[in-house]
Design a protein around this ligand. Sequence first.
Ligand code: PYC
Length: 333
Amino acid sequence: MSCKTFFCVDAHTCGNPVRVICGGAPLLKGANMSEKRQHFLREFDWIRKGLMFEPRGHDMMSGTIIFEPSSDEFDVSILFIETSGCLPMCGHGTIGTVTVLIEKEIVTPKVEGTLRIETPAGLVVATYTRDDKNRVKSVKIVNIASFLHSEKLEIESSTLGKLTVDVAYGGNFYAIVDPQENFTGIEDFKAAELIAMSAELRERLNEKYSFVHPLNETINGLSHIEWTGKTIDESSSARNAVFYGEKAIDRSPCGTGTSARMAQWYSKGKLNKNEDFIHESFIGSKFIGRIEEEVTLGSYKAIIPSIEGWAKITGLNTITIDDDDPYAHGFVV
Ligand code: PYC
C-alpha cells in the first residue's frame, strides 16, 4: 500500500477553480514541457484523475502542477491538469497560478512584476500588479499564437438541428457556436442545457473533421465548445459559455477561449490590433483581451493575444491519494 501527498493552494480565477499543486509533483522526463506532458500522460495521469475528479475534485475542477524550469529562459514551468485532460494551455489556470506563486512567495521572479512561464504550448509571459496590501490585483498573460482554423463547418445537433460553427485555436481548439437560425444565443439557455448538447457536438465534429496544430501534431482534437450570445453589460464586447470536460461550463470567460474568439473576430475584420476586447463569462465575470501582435503560423494569419483578469486564493489544501481507497483515482457519474 502507498499513500501520496500533494500540497495544494486552491484559488479561483473570475469564479473558475484553480488547484495549484506546489508539492508532490512526479519527476518527468523530457527536454521541454511539451515532452514532459507526454511522459505525464503515459505514466502519471492517475494524479490528474485523483486530484480533479470526485471525491477530491468536481466537474469544473482545473489546476496546475508546478515544476522547476527546463532552462534559464523561464521563471517556472507548469503542467495543466483538468477534468478534460492535460491541456496544452489554460488561461484562467495561468492567471490563478501566477496569483498563487507570487502571493505565497513560491517563485521569485527574475524581474519583479513579470513571470516567464514554460507551458506545454510554449512560452507565456505574465505581468502582474499588486494592491495596497501587497496581494496580486491583476494578471495579464501574453498567450501563444492563436488563429481561426476553419469557418462555417456544418454539423447536426440532435437537439438543435443543423448548426454552422467556426473552429479557432487559442491554446486549445474551440468550436465557436454563434447565434444562428437554430441557436438563439446563450441568454436563452440554462448551463445544464448547454452541457447536455455539447459533448455530442464535440464528438460529431471530431468524427467529421480534423483539427491539428500546424507546428505541433501532439496538439490535436477539438476539446471545447464555445457558445456565444448577448452580453449582460452593454459596454462588453462579447459573452461566452465554454464547455469543457464532460459536465463543465467555465465560470470565467476562459483565457484560451477568449484568445480563440479574438482570432476569429480578427480574421473576420471585427477586431484590430490594440483594441480592447471585454469578454464576459456565463456568470458575468470579465477578462480584458487585446491583440498584441499580428503574426503568421504555418499558412495561418494569426495573432498574439493578451488576456487580463484576476484571481483569489481560497485556501490551503493537503490532499492524499491512498492506494487502498477504491476511489483513489476519482470517478465520474
Ligand atoms: O481559461 O483557458 C482557459 C480554460 C480552458 C478550460 C477552462 N478554462
